[in-house]
Design a protein around this ligand. Structure first.
Ligand code: KG4
Ligand code: ZN
Length: 341
């Protein structure tokens, strides 16, 4: 029997609805919120208001694109956390009301687990599904961690950032350079025409598998401030080289710990997930590390790297199969520490 799941994602500034038939994506609709551009970052109150405006249209479009009727749905899965409280409340309230009104099951999903489980979406026929156990470098705007994945919901964090996340570092570096928000993808694009060896930025010396990015952010800030004193056009003249050098440093920091974790666990199935897994430098570094260390490498499609509801729906599908149904009384959580992951 086919199982149809509606997924709802609203943890930050993307409102998304997706529909799966088992593990296959029938629709994955994402409404981005342009309202934050002029503020150079996400404004939580504006994000929740935009979610309220977008949520019904995205669900409507997803149902039409999937060519299914809402009576055919078996469950609605939603992001319970982590994320911005006001944003999470819109998605969770919608999902709860939808489940009640349609008489279908309600399933709560952890956003970070969902980023990893996106690897099990099978809309491509020849899709390579990770084998357990695998390591997943999960890199987003708020999180950076190396996760050992033993089963769909058995995950252990081997290392994580002690300060800024990798996505945050891309965004902050871009902001210091005066690039438009969101900075990560813009910096990635500009880096393509630059020389990654043009400038040198220091890498942190952290023990075990943990990361730190705050020192890099400060060194970029001071480096640019010093050069701007003698040449006010320094950034403009060196934009592509600066982006390429910053990107190379972030990717190098990420990859060194991942290689270390792979060597120390002996695991050869290695994945990346989360918004920063869309980065072209990180993708290329994964492929070459895969060749060098004989890894099986898993890189998500761009659509499933950054925030999307298909990943919420696939996590929901696996919970539905285990009959893990959520209570209407659950409240959102904003930080990951409330959960194992
Ligand atoms: O997973 P995600 O969409 O949202 C969160 O859960 O945080 O990740 C968003 C982060 C942002 O910091 C964004 O700048 C970064 O992912 N990002 C990128 C790229 N695309 C998105 N960073 C570098 N290069 C990219 N191509
Ligand atoms: Zn995310």
């Amino acid at each position: 029997m086919n199982t149809f799941i509606l997924g709802i994602e609203s943890s930050c500034d993307d409102t998304s609805a997706a529909i799966l038939c088992n593990t296959r994506v029938l629709a994955n609709i994402i409404a981005n919120q342009d309202v934050h551009k002029k503020y150079g970052g996400v404004v939580p109150e504006l994000a929740s208001r935009a979610h309220q405006q977008n949520i019904i249209p995205v669900v409507d479009i997803a149902l039409k694109e999937a060519k299914i009727n809402k009576n055919q749905l078996h469950a609605v899965a939603y992001t319970r956390g982590p994320g911005l409280l006001g944003s999470l409340l819109v998605g969770s309230s919608f999902a709860k009301a939808f489940a009640l009104a349609s008489g279908i099951k309600l399933i709560e999903v952890d956003h970070m687990e969902a980023h990893i489980l996106a690897h099990f979406l099978t809309d491509d026929k020849d899709k390579n599904i990770p084998e357990f156990p695998f390591l997943c470098l999960t890199v987003s705007g708020g999180h950076t961690q190396i996760v050992k994945v033993d089963a769909h919901f058995e995950m252990e964090i081997l290392g994580k950032t002690i300060d800024d996340a990798a996505g945050e570092t891309f965004d902050k570096a871009a902001k210091i350079m005066g690039l438009p928000y969101p900075g990560g993808p813009v910096l990635d694009q500009l880096a393509k025409d630059g020389n990654p060896e043009a400038f040198h930025f220091p890498e942190p010396k952290m023990s075990n598998f943990d990361y730190s990015f705050s020192g890099l952010k400060t060194s970029i800030l001071y480096f640019l401030r010093d050069h701007l004193k003698t040449d006010k056009d320094f950034i403009e003249k060196n934009k592509a080289d600066l982006c390429a050098s910053i990107q190379k440093t972030i990717v190098s920091i990420l990859m060194k710990k991942l290689v270390l974790a792979a060597q120390s666990t002996g695991i050869k199935h290695i994945a990346i997930a989360g918004g920063v897994s869309a980065n072209s430098g990180l993708r290329a570094a994964m492929l070459s590390a895969g060749e060098k260390h004989s890894w099986h490498v898993y890189i998500p499609k761009l659509d499933y790297s950054t925030d999307n509801a298909a990943m919420i729906a696939i996590a929901g599908y696996f919970k539905y199969m285990k009959n893990e149904i959520a209570s209407q009384k659950l409240t959102p959580y904003t930080r990951q520490s409330n959960k194992t992951l």
